[in-house]
Write a protein of this length. Structure first.
Lengths: 238, 258
């Protein structure tokens, strides 16, 4: 299943969140949408999930223009706090299972064990790290063709980050799913990525195949990101 | 579990403590007049009035509960990350609020009937008339509350649709307020047109709902009189509520963003 953004612009009053962006995401690949805070990464993911609409241009998932119903095909991990604090972990899982047809409760049970989360624990009693883990459980338990992860490591300690990367490796369907990870914390996800896209001030300033980048240019994704952003800043200042 | 059942469970789950607090509040509001009656040795002087006033106030209960539920979701709007249609999402919240209102009204009616049982020799009203009146009153309250909920839904979606426009984001409450006054002025002006008045009053349904209370010699005299409800008016209200609901659904689908 492909995800296509064609000449997409998103404006909030006079400010641009995305400027005439065109991108294509293919099935079976893991994309890193990289850039500093406020560069437009989250807006891009929200648009693909049908939670934000473009001011102009078109966003398509599987050749269908995105609408609120697109979330049937798109699993989305948000950076925001999405939980109902009075719910238990189990109730949150059950709620997701009732809403999304592709939710695999068995997989959720396994993920809960792997993440060492207690079904009976109230969400308001969970630490930030465990809330992050629960978000991942909910996203990875869906067998959707598209998986969007918005800042999955935000505010989490290295131990939690490590467990999240391991879960991604174990539970992503590498052949069937299109995975897009938006983050400004690159070190942890670099080994996972097939493609890296740099977004800066709402513009796409570069897209590279990670393997080619390493083997032909001898650069890590982080080094390339820094050089791409420095180059763009230099051009903007001229 | 079906998707709608899942939504209902979720909405009951997030609001059950609010409803519990409401019941405690209601109980407090009933205990105070009861205490006053005992203190002043004036049986049936304050409690029946309190029951009627609280019951009447229920026209605001459903919209208030609905707005509380929507306010919680509106903090992030991530409830929209859900494959169910906006109609289903709204209907779940309306159903939950409706159920709470029914329970609350039944409790208050129960209190009213208990008072009646204790002091029925002091009431000058026929039992069948009383029951008909109670039924019409409760059904009327529920319908009015539903109608008002559709307006609440409409203004809530307008408010949140304006959230994506930075120029009005901080002033959107004012926009909603202006819209409220404009729409009310228009409807008042339309209602004053003679031709419309004639049509509205052409067909009426008589119902027992015009209640009069008189405190006489240590007891209440309650009179339930027949009131004429204009049929055309009811139809206009039903169509208005339906349109408001559909507009709200459209706005939620198309204009409210996360």
């Amino acid at each position: 299943m492909t995800v296509q953004l064609s000449n997409v612009t998103k404006r909030y009053g006079r400010d641009f969140s995305l400027k005439n962006v065109s991108l294509s995401f293919e099935k079976g690949k893991i994309y890193g949408l990289l850039g500093p805070n406020g560069s437009g990464k989250s807006t891009t993911l929200k648009m693909i999930a049908g939670l934000v609409y473009p001011s102009s241009g078109k966003v398509e998932v599987d050749t269908e223009e995105v609408s609120r119903q697109t979330c049937k095909k798109v699993a989305y991990l948000t950076e925001l706090d999405m939980f109902y604090p009075s719910f238990t972990v189990g109730k949150m899982i059950d709620f997701y299972a009732s809403q999304f047809e592709d939710f695999n409760s068995k997989k959720a049970g396994q993920l809960l064990l792997d993440m060492k989360l207690d079904r009976n624990k109230k969400i308001k009693q969970l630490s930030k790290g465990n809330r992050g883990r629960l978000k991942l459980v909910l996203a990875l338990s869906r067998e959707s063709p598209v998986l969007l992860l918005d800042e999955p490591f935000s505010g989490l300690d290295p131990m939690v980050r490590d467990s999240i990367v391991k879960s991604l490796l174990s539970y992503i369907n590498f052949e069937e799913q299109t995975v897009i990870i938006a983050t400004h914390e690159i070190d942890e996800i670099e080994p996972l990525l097939d493609e890296a896209i740099v977004i800066f001030h709402g513009d796409i300033i570069g897209q590279k195949n990670v393997e080619t980048l390493r083997e032909e240019e001898g650069l890590s994704v982080l080094e390339w990101l820094k050089s791409a952003m420095a180059e763009r800043e230099r051009i903007e200042n001229e | 579990m079906s998707a709608f059942k899942g939504l209902l469970k979720k909405d009951f789950g997030i609001s059950k403590f609010w409803f519990l607090f409401w019941l405690i509040f209601l109980l407090t509001l009933l205990i105070i007049p009861l205490g006053m009656e005992i203190y002043f040795h004036m049986p049936l002087s304050f409690l029946p009035m309190a029951v009627i006033l609280l019951l009447g106030g229920h026209v605001f209960f459903l919209p208030a509960m609905l707005l509380s539920l929507l306010h919680l979701e509106g903090k992030t709007q991530l409830w929209l990350y859900n494959p169910q249609t906006s109609k289903v999402l709204f209907l779940s919240k309306i159903t939950v609020s409706f159920v709470y209102q029914v329970i609350s009204q039944v409790l208050l009616t129960g209190v009213g009937l208990t008072i009646y049982q204790f002091y029925k020799n002091q009431f000058f009203i026929e039992v069948s008339t009383l029951f008909k009146g109670i039924l019409v009153l409760n059904a009327g309250l529920l319908l009015i509350a539903l109608y008002m909920s559709c307006w609440a839904l409409f203004y809530w979606t307008i408010y949140h649709s304006l959230g994506k426009f930075p120029a009005v984001k901080n002033w959107r409450w004012l926009v909603v307020l202006i819209l409220f006054f404009v729409l009310n002025t228009i409807s008042t002006l339309i209602a004053k047109v003679e031709f419309i008045k004639e049509i509205v009053n052409k067909w009426t349904i008589p119902v027992l709902m015009n209640t009069n209370f008189n405190y006489k010699q240590g007891g209440w005299e309650i009179n339930l009189n027949a009131a004429e409800i204009p049929l055309a008016g009811i139809i206009v209200y039903v169509i208005t509520a339906f349109c408001l609901f559909l507009i709200s659904c459209w706005l939620l689908d198309r204009k409210v963003e996360v």
